[in-house]
Design a protein around this ligand. Structure first.
Ligand SMILES: Cc1cc2nc3c(=O)[nH]c(=O)nc-3n(C[C@H](O)[C@H](O)[C@H](O)COP(=O)(O)OP(=O)(O)OC[C@H]3O[C@@H](n4cnc5c(N)ncnc54)[C@H](O)[C@@H]3O)c2cc1C
Length: 432
């Protein structure tokens, strides 16, 4: 499997796996950026917590991200104002801006190549969409970049930039925050029943349990398998490519993303819903040849993220009926700030402090019906395809991904190696 630039360059510490039964105030399931940030803030608040990670910390999406820390999530604010109202959009913007400030604070003592940067969203052919985003950002009082001198290798029809955003090395950051946390690797949680989590070596009893496994794996509550899906994207790290002077993303599905890190230019995109055909590295390499013919590809990798249907993450109670079970998921490819927002909100919930932003992320909010119907249709259509390769999560047909040599599920995004070993959840066991 291809390794990201970050994993090629940074070695993270290892942690023992858990043995026997244990008691804690808070159990965090999943040692990605989200789970680790929750643990970092809980520990700072003096709350006893442990992290159970099925593999190695940051082995999931967090170790394969492009690590732009920004509140400019593509072109989201125009739609948010239109569909959810100005108050929701303002809260979403404000807490994401606060999340950037939190990173800035930690980065003062963490060696993680954190630096301020401008984030841009561009469009190749929909200037109205960018204009709508610009106007929305104006209404929210966002620090819009006044000029639009850009260093992209093609013409855009419109672009909007936000100042005071940031970029960093996610693994250097994770190495720093993981220090001193109570982490158990190779400890997969198989089942959660009220305040008890079960793994192959015993059980963990906790007053609160946070599910930070990227895609939640408990199906009997919360209906996350209906409320979100996964989207897979591809990245190449180029040497001898120019500095583009900021972080860029195309507002369109499958478009390109750009940022530099050291001597590298990270070119990302060409993705699709996991299990569906897309441009993948083939298309990205064509772009490299077209736009940066003198550059050299040093690393390539791919990863996926959970997409909520209304573009707002799910952070809070796993379901209204389960007050001790919490969740953070559905980051829509903007998990740097969203992981920080999760840590801020969930720490407050556990401390019993009111958080004025929590309501907009409430996982029990109602989801727009047309999008829900499309997502259900995808699941049903896959369910009836005749095949012997089925996903152990909910029985959908798996498709062979010849570029990555994996069996992929387009319903919820679980993936398996050729011989059936689990790569990506929500499935929680190998394929038969
Ligand atoms: C190509 C790409 C580029 C991106 N770039 C950006 C960007 O520039 N800026 C940005 O803000 N966001 C970006 N994102 C999104 C961001 O990287 C993710 O949202 C974020 O890393 C998710 O973090 P996480 O901790 O929720 O998930 P993960 O990092 O996947 O962590 C979940 C962990 O849970 C573990 N786990 C799973 N099941 C179990 C179990 N049963 N028991 C125990 N452990 C379990 C997994 O092994 C994993 O380590 C990008 C996403 C993609 C796909």
């Amino acid at each position: 499997m291809e390794k990201s630039l970050w994993h090629n360059e940074i070695k993270l510490p290892s942690f023992h796996s858990l043995k026997g039964d244990i008691k804690t105030d808070v159990l965090i399931v999943g040692g990605g950026l989200c789970g680790l940030l929750c643990a970092y803030y809980l520990k700072k608040a003096g709350i006893d917590c442990i992290v159970a990670e099925s593999n190695k910390i940051a082995s999931g999406t967090s170790g394969n991200t492009t690590a732009k820390i920004t509140s400019l999530h593509g072109a989201i604010y125009g739609d948010l104002i239109e569909k959810s109202g100005i108050e929701t959009a303002q809260k979403y913007f404000d807490i994401n801006q606060q999340a950037i400030k939190e990173y800035e604070k930690i980065a003062k003592s963490a060696d993680c190549d954190f630096k301020e940067s401008t984030a841009y969203t561009y469009s190749l052919n929909d200037s109205e969409k960018i204009e709508k985003e610009y106007n929305a950002l104006l209404k929210l009082g966002a620090p819009i970049k006044p000029d639009s001198k850009i260093s992209l290798p093609f013409k855009v029809s419109a672009i909007v930039g936000l100042q005071g955003q940031a970029e960093f090395n996610p693994l250097k950051f994770i190495k720093y925050i993981a220090e001193g946390l109570d982490i158990y690797e190779n400890t997969r949680i198989l089942e959660v029943n009220d305040n008890v989590a079960y793994y192959s070596g015993g059980k963990i009893m906790a007053q609160k349990i946070i599910i930070a496994t990227h895609f939640p794996f408990i199906n009997k509550h919360g209906f996350y398998f209906l409320k979100q899906y996964q989207y897979r994207s591809y990245v190449i790290a180029l040497e001898n490519a120019p500095n583009v002077g900021g972080m860029y993303v195309d507002e369109a599905d499958g478009g390109l993303s750009f940022r530099n890190y050291g001597n590298f230019l990270l070119l990302g995109g060409c993705g699709a819903r996991t299990g569906k055909p897309c441009g993948n590295w083939t298309k990205l390499t064509e772009y490299k040849e077209k736009y940066y013919p003198n550059s050299k590809e040093k690393y390539r990798w791919a990863t996926q993220d959970c997409m909520s249907l209304d573009k707002i993450p799910f952070i809070g109670k796993y379901s209204a009926k389960k007050p001790d079970l919490l969740v953070a998921t559905g980051f829509n490819k903007w998990g740097m700030t969203s992981s920080m927002v999760s840590a801020m909100i969930l720490t407050d919930m556990i401390k019993g402090t009111k958080n004025e932003y929590a309501d907009i992320f409430d996982p029990s909010r109602s989801i727009l019906k047309p999008q829900l119907a499309i997502n259900c249709f995808e699941t049903l259509a896959n369910y009836i395809i005749p095949t012997t390769k089925r996903c152990p999560h909910l029985g959908c047909a798996l498709k062979w991904n010849k570029y990555e040599r994996s069996w992929d599920c387009s319903c919820h995004g679980s993936r398996f190696e050729k011989q059936g070993k689990l790569i990506n959840n929500p499935a929680n066991k190998d394929m038969k």
